[in-house]
Design a protein around this ligand. Structure first.
Ligand SMILES: Cc1cc2nc3c(=O)[nH]c(=O)nc-3n(C[C@H](O)[C@H](O)[C@H](O)COP(=O)(O)OP(=O)(O)OC[C@H]3O[C@@H](n4cnc5c(N)ncnc54)[C@H](O)[C@@H]3O)c2cc1C
Length: 472
């Protein structure tokens, strides 16, 4: 990139907020799991929407590719530049003001760089709830959550990020600012443009601010941990729990024996809440707007019926908030414990809920036929049909040799997912990791529509190019 062009970009944010030395930019060019490493001449850290707009206008005039970056916690390489050294990183970390908190209407207007946990905290301090909850909440940003349509553990009751956003402010690839910061529940005035930018992974524009929906903070919660023999019983239990608790059912997570066992073995302070390990486990959370007692009674009624119907072999209900946290810690540290167990082949997929049991039987047969000692590290958000179908290397196996089989296994699992009418990218998005997979698995008509939208909004292909879809 020409030095004078770099200077023009630098001048927009001021020298202090334009990084270019290797030491300063390494954090921005290395993906958090080390899967992708990019190059860049410059990391720009604007503090206002006007600065973002000026950057995009100059990028538009000079056809300079821009890669927006939030908290850099994504799993698919979406926020990492390519290796050409011609793409600029646009970090939203300084655009982090809460512009408005409207307690009457329960909405908050935040800038894109606000950290998710701080948004949760502000809501909590005002006796409200912002229900988006992810393992990365201490560092991911709301702009990144919106751009990936993040899921997490609150989806069952409150929906994905898409359902939590009422309006957006976006800087377009041309530099124009679209002010769609509306907080209307009803607005049927044509195409819902905000939905284009939610989940677009920075390929259509830069999200600079959003109107977020807040909810009443539950007065009480109860959490149960259950053991069962068959995954089909977990699916039946989910149906009963939904019928019984309705909107009060705020989480329904499931996990196979292996992840529970390895997490208890590998993570300090994590214990099995039950006396033994079972083939399958579920973590069920019920919330109440009345009291903790109400939540506990609802949950106990669900479990009582399930025990009678023979759906669960054992169960325990939290008796304190500390115990609730312990149950959740077991679930939340599963990815960490998996790292300790060696190499893994990961599939972030979703399957229609009523077909999950059949899918898992078929998928497990495929994997164990190829790698008989593979450890099936299956867990996920059963209530959302979202399975982290992960296959961990056999104990003491050679990691490289195990991972060499990944393309073949991935291909088979993804074909199976498509045959079940599922999705090969449930919550972590596409980025660069799954871009070519999308070409193989998505309806060609849908792909053509996506390309047309991209070309129309970003004719110079400067907005996070070659992520999600490749126009070349
Ligand atoms: C421990 C851990 C647990 C996780 N758990 C979950 C989970 O349960 N559910 C889930 O969905 N994800 C999960 N993730 C993945 C990740 O945290 C989410 O995808 C998160 O929403 C990314 O936010 P971020 O700010 O880090 O975005 P980044 O990683 O920086 O960027 C993600 C994408 O969004 C684009 N982008 C970022 N900000 C903007 C912006 N302002 N405007 C336009 N484009 C932008 C980037 O270009 C990139 O394509 C987890 C990650 C970790 C490390």
């Amino acid at each position: 990139m020409q030095p004078d062009l770099i200077e023009h970009f630098r001048a927009i944010v001021g020298a202090q907020h334009a990084l270019s030395s290797n030491d300063d930019i390494t954090h921005y060019t290395h993906e958090n799991r080390g899967l992708f490493v990019g190059q860049t001449p410059l990391v720009l850290k604007p503090a206002t929407t006007a600065e973002v707009s000026a950057i995009m206008r100059l990028a538009h005039e000079t056809q300079t590719p821009i890669v927006p970056q939030g908290g850099h916690t994504g799993h698919v390489g979406g926020a990492v530049t390519d290796e050409s050294g011609s793409q600029i990183v646009l970090s939203l970390e300084r655009l982090n003001t809460v512009r408005e908190l409207d307690l009457e209407s329960s909405v908050m207007i935040c800038e894109a760089g606000c950290i998710l946990e701080s948004i949760q905290q502000i809501a909590d301090n005002n006796d409200l709830l912002f229900p988006l909850a992810l393992g990365s909440q201490g560092s991911c940003q709301i702009g990144g959550n919106i751009s990936t349509n993040a899921g997490g553990t609150g989806v069952l009751a409150y929906g994905n990020t898409r359902q939590l956003v009422m309006g957006l402010e976006v800087v377009l690839p041309s530099g124009e600012i679209w002010n769609g910061l509306r907080s209307l529940k009803k607005d049927n005035t044509g195409y819902d443009l905000k939905d284009l930018f939610i989940g677009a992974e920075g390929t259509l524009g830069v999200v600079t601010a959003a109107v977020l929906k807040l909810f009443p903070k539950p007065k009480g919660k109860a959490v149960a941990f259950c053991g069962m023999d068959r995954v089909g019983d977990a699916v039946k239990l989910l149906k009963r729990a939904t019928e019984h608790a309705g909107q009060s059912l705020t989480a329904f997570e499931f996990m196979a024996r292996t992840p529970v066992q390895l997490t208890v073995e590998n993570i300090e302070g994590v214990r099995n809440p039950l006396n033994e390990f079972h083939n399958w486990h579920t973590l069920i959370e019920v919330s109440s707007n009345r009291s903790e007692r109400d939540a506990t009674e609802t949950l106990e009624a669900i479990l009582g019926e399930a025990l009678e119907a023979g759906l669960i072999a054992d169960a325990t209900v939290s008796s304190s908030i500390a115990q609730q946290k312990d149950f959740w810690r077991l679930r939340e540290t599963m990815p960490l414990a998996q790292k300790e167990a060696g190499g893994s082949m990961k599939h972030d997929i979703s399957i229609p809920i009523h077909r999950i049991a059949d899918f898992l039987i078929e998928a497990n047969e495929i994997v164990l036929h190829e790698i008989p000692d593979a450890r099936l590290y299956t867990f996920g958000h059963l209530g959302d049909g979202n399975i982290h179908y992960n296959v961990t290397q056999p104990k003491d196996a050679d990691e490289k040799a195990f991972l060499a089989q990944q393309p073949e296994i991935n291909d088979k699992i993804h074909r199976l997912v498509v045959s079940y009418n599922g999705s090969v990218a449930a919550e972590h998005g596409v980025g660069q990791l799954k871009r070519d997979l999308l070409t193989k698995t998505k309806d060609p008509v849908e792909l053509d529509l996506m390309k047309s939208i991209k070309q129309s909004l970003d004719p110079n292909n400067i907005m996070n190019p070659r992520k999600v879809i490749d126009l070349r």
